[in-house]
Design a protein around this ligand. Sequence first.
Ligand code: GLU
Length: 424
Amino acid sequence: MTALDTPAPSVQENAWEMAREQLRRTALLAELDESLFNVLGDCKKAVEVSVPTRMDDGSVEVFTGYRVIHNVARGPSKGGIRYHPLVTLEETKALAMWMTWKCALMELPFGGAKGGVVCDPKLLSPTELERMTRRYTTEIVDQIGPETDIPAPDVGTSPQVMAWIFDTFSMNKGHSVLGVVTGKPLHVGGSLGREKATGRGAGYCVREALRRKGRHVAGAKVAVQGFGNVGRNLAVLLEEAGATIVAVSDSQGGIHNPNGIDVLDAARHKAETGSLGGYSEAEDVTNAELLLLPCDVLAPCALEQEITADNADAVQASIVCEGANGPVTIEADDILADRGALVLPDVLANAGGVVVSYFEWVQGLQEYFWKEEEVNERLNEIVTRAFDQTWTLHETRSVTMRQAAYLLAVGRVAEATITRGLYP
Ligand code: GLU
């Protein structure tokens, strides 16, 4: 038995095994050579660093940080940095691999990477967050760079965190290096449109999927899990386009109103009270309940493995848009496919962020900045093209949208690997 014939034992709990299993299935479908599967199935480099940080009370706390580069066959590696208590090396490796496929599917000249620090950013003061970020950046300063590996925001990090990374790297080099990180604030080399880009890209995918079903965004009922950068912006954009947002949630829980929620008003309530729960215009629901509500489109935009073998059967939406990375497990994917639900995979549905990150990197290298309409137009063009290509393969080969996206993405990375050859 070879590695290709052996399904992973516990894809359910381990994101890295889940990512490897998705690749293994693709390799079988694409009849990929075993040695190529072995190359693509591993990460090029993974560093673990210790991040000692002076806390405001004078004590020192030592955090653990990671930066993983999965693959650079198509260009420098690209991917966000996550600050979350549940960050692990294995999860970071999975997220790095997903970035490789995402960039390839969008035809960006990037490979894939991811980083993270095991911490709860909500419990750190701004000064503690800054010191931790600067020390983490210094520990990985030899890994990152505009030609090698380019970080960006992810769960728990913000444009301000990117500004500290940019400044720390630039101080180490002795001059400003705009291209070292994307997702920066506008006044220090950020791109117009970057903040909303992931939600916007997901919105374009929802629009295209509904169109294929003879429907429109206007009138569609949408439930969004997660009220961070992705979920909140997606909900706002779809509401603006005429959708009825029947539910939204944050990490503490959600709210539901079958007649629609005014998303900006709910955001105001959250800003005032600290959570979405208790909003007078809707009923409170748990995050688990939100996933099973009646709606046309369900967008899990929080963390991995939210839709599993335990709840996939009860999902009522006919379209699942993966705003998060890895929210649907392998078993759940099979169950949803059997039920005829259309899953728009993460590598397609949440790629808008890295597409505009690419624009930001290009603008930074050229020191020439684009208008917001230009950014959004080009984002629409790239995401819609990737959707079309994925849809065509989904139909012609009778495979799921995830399998189609993977066939395209893995095929492109495999082709680059073969063409470049193995060194030495
Ligand atoms: N963290 C985002 C993602 O998962 C953005 C990555 C980037 O812009 O490099 O796609």
